[in-house]
Every structure is written in C-alpha cells, then in structure tokens.
Design a protein around this ligand. Structure first.
Ligand SMILES: [Zn+2]
Length: 184
C-alpha cells in the first residue's frame, strides 16, 4: 500500500484528483490490505477524514464503518490508557533527572543501537518519550534512543499520534516501544 503521512499529503501528491477519487483510493487500500498495519493505517486515514467525505464512503463501501471502527476503537483505547498512565507518571516523576550512563547504555542495547522510531543508525540522541514540555522525565522510564531527524520531528508531540503518521510506521515496533515503557 502506498504510504501517505496524512490527508494533506495525499491531496498534495495528487492535486488533480477529486475528493471522491481520493476517498475511493483510501477505501480501496483498506479493502485490499493484507497486513493489519496497512489496514489500520487506511482505517486511521478514513477516520480522520472530514465528516463530509464520509457520505461518499458510505455510498461506496457500505459495510466499511463496522470494519474500521473496530480497528480505530482499539487505537483510541490504547491512546486513552496511555494518557492516563502518562498523567500518573507526570505527577510522580516530574523532577526526575535520574538516567545514568549505564541505564542509557542498556536502553540503547534494547533498541539495537538504532533509533527507536525509524530504526536508523545515525547518531543517537536522548528522546523524551513523553515530551519534557509535558512533564516527561529524564529517567530510564521516559528516554529512548532517537536519531536527530526523528527527535526534531517528534519534538513535543505525543508518540501515539505522531508515530502512525510517519513513513516508517511499523505496528510491531510501536508495540515494542510501548512494551519497553510497560504501557502495553
Ligand atoms: Zn529516527
């Protein structure tokens, strides 16, 4: 499946396509996707569409709603649970700057000395999984190795909304990161 970061990019890549054509393309991607990650990404795009496009979707793929709502509701459930846990941690750990060199080394090893997000092997920097500006600590339960490109792209965004929009999005890696922080 062709990976689009978001609806805007989709329109930009195909400026002469009508809205109907674009929606049709996403629905098609959803219906033919063999891998769950591709299905989920298409479902997510459909979910994020402006409500006015949903009329078209209903005309073309009448039973689509059921299929993607299940996928999307899982993602929302996951996000809500993460928000709850991260809020809890925010309160507990705001003053934590405790990451030791040893812990950093162990963390890098857990991610095979690659960027936790794109798995590139560039120079690794510290990424606050929960952004520092949102109360994330500099402790071992909030730091992952991250390349400079991902670090500046993620910036102060939430992982769960930022990561699925990336071209290198991978559901297994997402799960691995969530497991690493014991969110899942
Ligand atoms: Zn990266």
């Amino acid at each position: 499946m062709q990976r689009y970061k978001n609806e805007k990019e989709l329109f930009n890549q195909n400026p002469i396509a009508s809205q109907k054509e674009i929606i049709h393309e996403i629905c098609f991607c959803f219906l033919v996707a063999k891998r769950n990650t591709d299905k989920e990404q298409a479902a997510w795009l459909i979910y994020k569409l402006n409500p006015k496009y949903k009329e078209y979707i209903n005309k073309w793929c009448i039973d689509l709603d059921d299929k993607y709502e299940k996928l999307v509701s899982n993602r929302i459930k996951k996000r809500n649970e993460m928000n709850r846990l991260s809020q809890k941690r925010r309160h507990q750990k705001h003053e934590d700057f405790s990451l030791t060199n040893e812990q950093w080394e162990e963390t890098c090893e857990s991610f095979n000395y690659c960027c936790a997000y794109c798995r590139g092997e560039e120079k690794l920097t510290y990424d606050h999984f929960i952004p520092f500006s949102k109360g994330g600590s500099f402790g071992k339960d909030n730091i992952v190795p991250c390349c400079t490109t991902c670090n500046s792209s993620k910036n102060n965004k939430d992982f769960i909304t930022w990561y699925p929009k990336q071209i290198f999005y991978d559901m297994e890696q997402e799960q691995k990161i969530l497991n690493f922080f014991k969110y899942a």
